[in-house]
Ligand binder design. Structure first.
Ligand SMILES: [Zn+2]
Length: 395
């Protein structure tokens, strides 16, 4: 496997690699850390106060990091790898390759994160009892009170908050997996998403009259629930669909000897953004839109495509399930998958084309209306096209 992976969120700094998972921290997190140090310094005029404020913040995010490792390690038990974990000012983000399909597995993966915070809280409570250092709850605030007890309170908050039954919180996944034990997955998701949006509406209302933070959370939950439902809806409508039905078949290829200038002309002339690069009928690389523009900027129009194309790329088979192949299209990295059939290039799979395919299917099934009964699966018949002639380099 290649090691030059990009972080999931731009502007992130790599902290290190733990249990073969890359850990990143977003630069705004460091800004916030600095801000906390400065504000403690301003309030109390002492370097000790600034240091202890920053230390608490780091300890808090240590707990968030362990929470994410809880999800990641549980997922690994089911054979699902985690690409990386990024710490953001709003929390941690573990990028799992996929979510488990079996409801019981999803349940355990979702519970493993909060379970870590339960363990930390219990350990802190035991330590506070052993050392007899409990302080009255009323003396606790974000800055005042014993370090261990404040950390305990924060871990309890993390457990309660994350188990709210609303996507994208862990509790939303717990709810969906429990429902999916009885119902089909799409229906379970729809119900869980609706409950999540109901909760978001309540948060929003409470936020209007009280804590403005709640408004932010409400927005976060509302969007998360909607996205989750849409993603599952799309996934379920692709059940049984093969790559060949959704791929782009009218496309152009490049040869490694053609120049970046030739590629730019093709880009302007048509609607294709990314190009497969072929040599003697075999795909040897891909030239993505981003890579093409970078090459134009850094190396001009005369550089051969073969020098700047991506050689590390994924492919799809025409007969493969569309859903499985889609999992390999990563935003920002692989924007197209060359589709191969009988060792020949027969099409391209791109996110835009799959989006169009989805809309066509919805239109054909009279989609859009929520209250319609579920339409039967409609297959768009498609005959396998013959392999396309590849333009030879003009000498
Ligand atoms: Zn979590």
């Amino acid at each position: 496997m290649k090691e030059n992976r990009k972080p999931s969120v731009g502007w992130s700094i790599k902290l290190g690699r733990l249990l073969s998972i890359d850990v990143y921290v977003h630069f705004t997190f460091l800004l916030l850390l600095g801000f906390i140090g400065v504000s403690h310094w301003m309030a109390e005029r002492s370097p000790a106060a600034a240091a202890s404020g920053m230390l608490f913040f780091v300890a808090l995010f240590g707990c968030v990091l362990l929470h994410e490792f809880g999800h990641a390690l549980m997922a690994r038990r089911y054979g699902i790898q985690t690409r990386d974990i990024t710490l953001l000012p709003i929390g941690g983000l573990a990028r799992l390759e996929r979510m488990p399909d079996k409801p019981m597995q999803e349940l355990w993966v979702a519970l493993a994160g909060p379970a870590v915070n339960v363990v930390i809280a219990a350990a802190l409570a035991a330590w506070l009892s052993l050392t007899n250092s409990w302080e009255p709850l009323s003396s606790l605030s974000t800055t005042a009170g014993g370090f261990a007890e404040r950390l305990l309170a924060v871990n309890v908050f993390l457990v309660v908050f994350n188990l709210l039954p609303a996507f994208p919180m862990d509790g939303g996944r717990v709810l969906r997996s429990l429902l999916a034990l009885r119902l089909d997955y799409t229906r379970a998701t729809r119900i869980a998403a609706r409950i999540g949006q109901g909760m978001a509406a309540l948060f929003g209302l409470a936020g209007l009259f009280g804590n403005p933070m709640l408004l932010l959370i409400a927005l976060f939950v509302w969007i998360g629930a909607g996205q989750e439902a849409a993603a599952v809806e799309m996934k379920s409508s692709f059940a049984g669909v093969r790559v060949r039905e959704a791929m782009l078949t009218d496309f152009r290829g490049l040869s490694p000897q053609e120049t970046v200038g030739d590629a730019a002309r093709l880009l302007l002339a048509g609607s294709q953004q990314d190009f497969p690069v072929l040599e003697k009928g075999e795909v040897v690389g891909v030239l993505t839109h981003t890579r093409l523009l970078e090459a134009l900027r850094d190396r001009g129009v005369n550089v051969p495509v073969g020098d700047v194309m991506e050689r590390d790329f994924q492919m799809a088979s025409a007969d493969e399930e569309l859903d499985a192949a889609l999992g390999r299209i990563e935003p920002g990295r692989a924007t197209l998958l060359p589709v191969i059939w009988n060792r020949q290039l027969v099409g391209l799979l791109t996110a835009e084309n799959v989006g169009e395919f989805y809309m066509i299917r919805r239109a054909l099934s009279g989609g859009g209306g929520r209250r319609r009964p579920a339409p039967p699966v409609i297959r768009i018949p498609r005959v396998m096209p013959p392999p396309l002639p590849i333009r030879q380099p003009s000498s």
